[in-house]
Design a binder for this molecule. Structure first.
Ligand code: ZN
Length: 292
């Protein structure tokens, strides 16, 4: 169910919009995926007593766009992809959902515990066309800052054109649901899981910190969305970071914490299965992903 809704969005909406095509064209063979799916689409590992499962949910092979990184050229972006061992002819943006089982609870991170309201993180909550809830019996948890930002009717006028439709859809849906819990600050939202303030990508973007016994995992969400680009070059100003300076500050703070505390990190757009460690690397950082 998750797979279908996310893939549908990635192929028919995001790619079509990015390419300026209609959805029917975007799924033609000319746009067939070049990156092979992993042989096994899920990987389970332990963080203390917590069971974590990474679920592969597809990949967006994003065509290069000079506007994607404001302070780097397409050639710079291609070189960074190659340095990370990835193809140069598009930006690889995989989607990996994390499920945490701990303390008798099952928590789906993006999209039930919500990091932020970008389409690739919340559209899995809503049926296409009808906006009916996909998970009507689950509690949906989100930062109060993020919720209030997107549901404020006045925000639509302030948003760039490309984000207005997103805000309209959120405003047509979220306020009519009664299973959304807004959370302030860095509260514990489920057994062993706390929100971590990481604003900038969006105003209320949050990472999730899982701890069990002596083990910890920083579920970084989109703090360092494509590591080949912004872990290696934390100062790069990405188009999807709403406040790029704040996003950079949050990124550096979170990566420094992961290094100082010697803990694991994973990310929604990290190479599958998405969990690894961070080290300093010159002026930037390096991600060492644990192989599936
Ligand atoms: Zn994302």
């Amino acid at each position: 169910m998750l797979n279908l809704s996310r893939r549908d969005f990635v192929v028919s909406t995001a790619m079509a919009a990015a390419l300026g095509l209609n959805a029917r064209l975007a799924i033609s063979p000319a746009f067939a995926q070049k990156t092979p799916d992993p042989a096994k689409g899920f990987v389970t590992y332990k963080i203390g007593a917590a069971e974590v499962t990474a679920l592969y949910d597809g990949i967006w092979e994003k065509p290069h766009d000079p506007a994607f990184i404001a302070n780097a050229s397409v050639e710079d972006v291609k070189a960074a992809m190659v340095k990370a061992g990835l193809p140069a002819d598009f930006v690889s943006i995989p989607f990996t959902v994390v499920v945490v089982k701990n303390g008798g609870k099952t928590v789906l991170c993006d999209t039930i515990l919500i990091s932020h309201c970008h389409p690739d993180h919340i559209f899995g909550l809503m049926e296409k066309e009808t906006n009916k809830p996909v998970f009507p019996n689950a509690e949906l948890v989100i930062s109060d800052v993020e919720y209030k930002f997107w549901t404020d009717p006045a925000v639509i006028d302030r948003l760039p054109e490309a984000r207005k439709g997103l805000a309209r859809r959120i405003q047509a849906v979220f306020p009519t649901w009664n299973n959304i819990r807004q959370v302030a600050g860095e509260a514990e939202v489920a057994p062993g899981i706390r929100l971590v303030n990481a604003p900038g990508h969006t105003p209320g973007h949050r990472a999730f910190h899982l701890s069990s016994g002596a083990n910890e995992l920083m579920i970084s969400n989109d703090t360092a969305y494509v590591p080949a680009l912004v872990v290696a070059n934390p100062g790069w100003r990405g188009q999807y970071d709403q406040d790029a300076a704040l996003a950079e500050a949050s990124r550096r703070k979170l990566l420094d914490r992961v290094i100082a505390d010697k803990i694991m990190i994973c990310g929604y757009h990290f190479p599958f299965p998405g969990a690894g460690t961070i080290s300093k690397d010159g002026a930037g950082y390096a991600l060492d992903v644990i192989k599936a």
